[in-house]
Structures are given as structure tokens and as C-alpha cells.
Design a protein. Structure first.
Length: 431
């Protein structure tokens, strides 16, 4: 017959063994997570490790990690789901009521029997097979970033010991995931910066290295790119001793895709300019070629003209671009709008052109919308009227000085507002 003190000793030893077993389990999990902290494992691999360790430690059918998103319609998203090897493999889904409870309360949720839990009486989950749930928040400095969900404990119901252990896992896991997220964010930023630099390099390589020299005219161009590189460019196409093709354009998109489209347009236009006759015919052919070779969402606004100093004329066409301004004693200010639709939008569209006679003192200024749509802190645009007034006041400057004056005035107007778009200009002054 077993003595009472012997029974007590055996019970104490059993409790001590269970305590030691839990301690070993906790240490094993924490060591696994510590290894993840010291590595550069991707976030999804770390989450998968956390889920699998939790499933094994608590003995549940399924586990999942949900992370908080910035989308109002879906504030939490399941990123990793894991199952015990013996489970049937049907993914259980908690539904919006349970995830909403976690978002509101941001503390552990232990449901021993879902069917009888007073907090969720009448609530239907997406899976009728859910019996018990343990949800523990992932927090970093009191900020909840996600939730560990464990579903259906296999050998009974969840206990406070289970909650405590998953709480330890969650505390360690949250910082692991935050470290991994920050690491991946840094890599994404580095990749974005690399792509931006590539785009800048492409864009700068396409711009003329120096202003052209043409008898009887003074010509200058410049482009100040915004930090997020857009698709502005200008080009000068030599067509003889006294003839020059002049282009200004703004292609759709940002970054590397915009720069590549810019390169495609420039190459197409140069080929057509040297083989076609009038600017209207040139742009008609270039538009058809571009439409066939690019996606439907790729397009550009463009202005193209041929300066002929032998005839003292400027023949031009406008493909949906900001209308250049011709300042002269005859017309005061004339906007050059003749042309057609945006380049690349539709195929087989004719573009008209017009020929303007030039006189000494005439000033032609082409610009991109980065000039006129530049905003100040009151969300007011610089606008064409301010540009026209500026040209009237400073039209006597040499083209290169005038363009710098325009950019300076636009930046002064914008104040501390960040430049959102490239600022590109070309000026032609007839001597």
C-alpha cells in the first residue's frame, strides 16, 4: 500500500517534470526564434517557423499569422497558415468577428468552446469545424502588428499555460518580424534608389550635351528632373547647316519604364524626322509606329518643329503637349496648338502642322507641365499666366539665362513644396 507522503512526492515529481518539460519547450522555441533574428531569413520563412513551432508546442490542428494592413476594407490579412501533419488539411477561417475583436481589444483571446462562448453567441465563423481558439497579439512597443491564431487543441481545451507560452512566443516573434520587415523595407528602398538612378542615367544620356549653334538664332534647353524621375525630354535634330528639328515631350509613367519609353520615342522620332517631310507627316508616322510597338497605356505628349533659318520659318505640330508660346511684336503672344491627339494613343491618326514666319526679336518658349502645374503650399498652380508675364518681363535675356530665370521663379513660387514633376524647357530667340 502506497503511503500518503509517497503519493505526494510522486505528484510533486510529476508536476516538476511537467514544469521542466514546458521550460525545455520554451527554451527550444526561443532558441529557434533567436536564430531567425540573427539571420536574414525572409519574413514569410520566419512566420512559417513561428507557426510551425506554435503548432508543435501547443498541439493544435492549425495555426496562422495574420498581419495588420493599411487597407480599411481588409485591416488584417492571413499571410502564413500551417497545419498539423495529422489534420485533414482543410483551412479554417475565423471570420471578421474574431479578427475584429482582436483589433478592438488587442489582448489575448482564449475560447475553450466556441459554440458556448458568450462573447460570440450567434456569431457564425466561416468554418463550422472550429471548436477552440487561442489568439495572441503580436506587439512591438505596445503597437499591434499582427496576431498568432491557433485553432482546435487536439487533446482537450486551451489552458492559461498555453496562453502564457504563446504569449512568450508572440513577444519574441513580434520583434523578429519587425526586424525582418525593416530589413526588407531597406532592401526595397535600396532597389528603388538603384532603379531611380538607372532612370536618371538613361534620361540624362538622351538629353543634348550642348546647345546647338544655328546662324541667326540663339537656342537653349534644360531639364530639371524631380526626385521621382519622370519622362520629360527635349532633343535637337540637326537637319542641315540652317535647319534644326526641335522636340519637347513628356512620356507617361515614372522611373525606368518612363525612361525606356522616352528612349523608344526619341529613336522613332529621329528616324522619322530624317526620312519624312513635314512635321505633321513625321509625327503621323511616328505615332503609328509607337502605337504598334508599345502597350496601350504607354503614350506621350509631344511638340515637334523644324526651324529653318534659310526661310526664317518654323513649321510645327503639337501632339497633345502644353502649347508653346511665341512672343513677337506682331502677335504679342501666340500659343502653338495645331496638331493632333496624344502620341501613341491611337493608330493611323493624321497630325496637322502650321508654318510661322519669324522676325528678329521673336522668342519661342516650349515647356512641360512641370512648369505650369508646379504648386505652392496653398495648392495654387504657377500657371500659364504667370509664365506669360515672366516672358514679357524678361524676354530680352539670352535663352539660357531666361530658362534658368523661369526655373528659379517657379521654385520661388513653390517655396518648400517638393517638386512633383520634371521641369523641362526649350527657348529659341531669333537674332
Amino acid at each position: 500500500m502506497t503511503e500518503p507522503d509517497e503519493m505526494g512526492t510522486a505528484s510533486s515529481l510529476e508536476e516538476e517534470n511537467l514544469r521542466l518539460k514546458r521550460a525545455v519547450t520554451e527554451l527550444t522555441i526561443l532558441n529557434e526564434l533567436a536564430a531567425a533574428i540573427d539571420s536574414t531569413m525572409p519574413t514569410d520563412q520566419i512566420m512559417n517557423l513561428i507557426v510551425q513551432e506554435s503548432i508543435k508546442a501547443i498541439g493544435v490542428e492549425q495555426g496562422a499569422i495574420m498581419m495588420i494592413t493599411e487597407k480599411a476594407a481588409s485591416p488584417m490579412k492571413t499571410l502564413i497558415r500551417g497545419m498539423d501533419a495529422s489534420s485533414e488539411g482543410i483551412p479554417y477561417r475565423l471570420g471578421v468577428s474574431l479578427t475584429g475583436w482582436m483589433l478592438k481589444n488587442q489582448k489575448s483571446l482564449l475560447i475553450e468552446d466556441f459554440a458556448t462562448d458568450e462573447r460570440f453567441r450567434g456569431v457564425k465563423v466561416e468554418s463550422v469545424q472550429i471548436r477552440s481558439v487561442l489568439s495572441v497579439p503580436l506587439k512591438v512597443k505596445d503597437r499591434m502588428i499582427g496576431v498568432i491564431n491557433l485553432i482546435n487543441k487536439k487533446d482537450g481545451t486551451f489552458t492559461r499555460e498555453d496562453e502564457r507560452l504563446v504569449g512568450i512566443i508572440a513577444t519574441q516573434s513580434a520583434q523578429v518580424l519587425e526586424n525582418a520587415r525593416l530589413y526588407e523595407e531597406e532592401k526595397r528602398l535600396q532597389q528603388m534608389e538603384h532603379e531611380l538612378q538607372m532612370a536618371r542615367d538613361i534620361q540624362q544620356s538622351l538629353l543634348p550635351k550642348e546647345n546647338p549653334q544655328l546662324p541667326g538664332a540663339s537656342i537653349a534647353g534644360l531639364s530639371h528632373p524631380a526626385r521621382e524621375v519622370g519622362g520629360d525630354f527635349f532633343d535637337f535634330i540637326p537637319m542641315g547647316p540652317k535647319r534644326l528639328g526641335v522636340v519637347i515631350a513628356d512620356v507617361s509613367g515614372k522611373g525606368v519604364p518612363a525612361s525606356l519609353l522616352m528612349s523608344n520615342i526619341q529613336a522613332t522620332l529621329r528616324v522619322q524626322a530624317l526620312s519624312s517631310g513635314s512635321p505633321g507627316h513625321c509625327i503621323t508616322e511616328a505615332n503609328t509606329a509607337l502605337h504598334k510597338s508599345t502597350a496601350s497605356d504607354k503614350y506621350a505628349t509631344l511638340f515637334y518643329g523644324i526651324l529653318d533659318m534659310e526661310e526664317k520659318t518654323f513649321t510645327c505640330t503639337n501632339a497633345g503637349h502644353n502649347a508653346p508660346m511665341l512672343m513677337s511684336k506682331r502677335d504679342c503672344c501666340r500659343r502653338l496648338e495645331t496638331g493632333g491627339i496624344v502620341l501613341g494613343m491611337m493608330s493611323d491618326v493624321p497630325f496637322e502642322d502650321e508654318t510661322i514666319s519669324l522676325s528678329s526679336g521673336d522668342l519661342l518658349v516650349m515647356f512641360s507641365d512641370g512648369i505650369t502645374e508646379a504648386m505652392n503650399d496653398r495648392e495654387e498652380e504657377f500657371g500659364e499666366e504667370r509664365l506669360m508675364e515672366l516672358l514679357g518681363d524678361h524676354g530680352g535675356l539670352e535663352p539660357e539665362e531666361l530658362l534658368e530665370k523661369i526655373v528659379s521663379r517657379v521654385k520661388d513660387f513653390s517655396g518648400g513644396t517638393q517638386q512633383q514633376d520634371d521641369m523641362t524647357l526649350v527657348a529659341i530667340k531669333i537674332l
